[in-house]
Design a binder for this molecule. Structure first.
Ligand code: NAD
Length: 279
């Protein structure tokens, strides 16, 4: 492994996933974009899923192709069953199979409980939880069909669920989001138990506060950033590449014995920082 990155951030360049085929949902923005490029950097061919923003998706594809691997963009809403089925079927047709599914797409529709509409509740659960179920199911079918190909990987496939620290930290005003991520934890753990005997590894990555469009208001003024840093023992807001690096290593055979785990990538946000000086 070596450090690289034009922005001075560390990213992994060792070909940990050479010859593997990865699909990243919500890959034209934020964490998904960094992850799609990061998987390309470690040798994977990548499908860049997006639901809106074709130009941004094509730009990610160009960045990945510049690394010397294959990529294409695919429009699909992860909460729509037929679209997820078609997306994975096309990938099997074009790339031959799928080795890594990164179920990353997610959104927020925030409101206090008394104002939250059923539509806001359903939208977040549909995308953040049902979307991950559909993506995991379609990937699992192909992993089960193909089985282990030892020259490619020790496992028959990897599913990585993008969760959040809010799978365990309650979050007032965001009950739909926190409930969706709590659900992702049990989706992940149950699938890991069910699919483990088939040599399919299911894990999750739980980001803390990462600088992306989803949470811009939490970091884009000095006051907001100062308030956020009070929740982060490591005293920096995360970058999308912090998550991309974790996904790349977790998807690789280096971590072949890691099954059913959530990797928190949060600068210590889950360490109850409020107790650092009291309690
Ligand atoms: P983002 O808004 O930059 O990216 C979200 C992506 O999901 C976008 O590309 C968006 O178009 C896509 N998306 C939304 N609905 C979709 C749908 N129906 N079908 C397909 N794609 C869809 O935000 P991000 O921070 O990069 O978020 C990525 C993931 O990381 C989400 O699951 C989010 O919950 C999680 N996360 C983010 C943070 C953070 O601090 N940024 C923290 C914890 C967890």
């Amino acid at each position: 492994m070596e450090a690289s990155g034009s922005d001075g951030r560390q990213s992994i360049t060792f070909p940990l996933l050479r010859g593997q085929k990865a699909l990243v949902t919500g890959a034209n923005s934020g964490i998904g974009k960094a992850t799609a490029i990061g998987l390309g950097q470690v040798g994977a061919d990548v499908v860049v899923n997006y639901v809106a923003g074709k130009d941004a998706a094509e730009e990610v594809v160009r960045e990945i192709e510049d690394l010397g691997v294959h990529a294409y963009a695919h429009e699909a809403d992860v909460s729509k069953e037929d679209q997820v089925v078609d997306m994975v079927a096309r990938m099997v047709e074009e790339f031959g199979t799928i080795d890594v599914m990164v179920a990353n797409a997610g959104l927020q529709r925030d409101a206090p409980i008394s104002d939250m509409t059923l539509d806001q509740w359903h939208k977040v659960l549909d995308v953040n939880l049902s979307g991950q179920f559909l993506c995991a199911r379609e990937a699992a079918k192909e992993f089960l069909r193909r089985g282990v190909v030892p020259e490619v990987s020790r496992s028959a496939g990897k599913i990585i669920c993008m969760s959040s620290v809010h799978q365990i930290i309650p979050w007032s005003g965001h009950v739909n989001y926190a409930a969706s991520k709590g659900g992702v934890e049990m989706l992940m753990a149950t699938l890991a138990q069910e699919l483990g005997p088939h040599r399919i590894r299911v894990n999750a990555v739980a980001p803390g506060a990462i600088r992306t469009p989803i949470n811009r208001s939490a970091w884009d003024t000095p006051e907001a950033e100062a308030a956020l840093l009070r929740l982060i023992p490591y005293q920096r807001v995360g970058d999308p590449v912090d998550i991309a690096n974790a996904v790349a290593v977790l998807a690789s055979d280096l971590l072949d014995y890691v099954v059913g785990t959530t990797v928190y990538v949060d600068g210590g946000m889950t360490l109850f920082p409020g107790f650092a000086t009291g309690g």
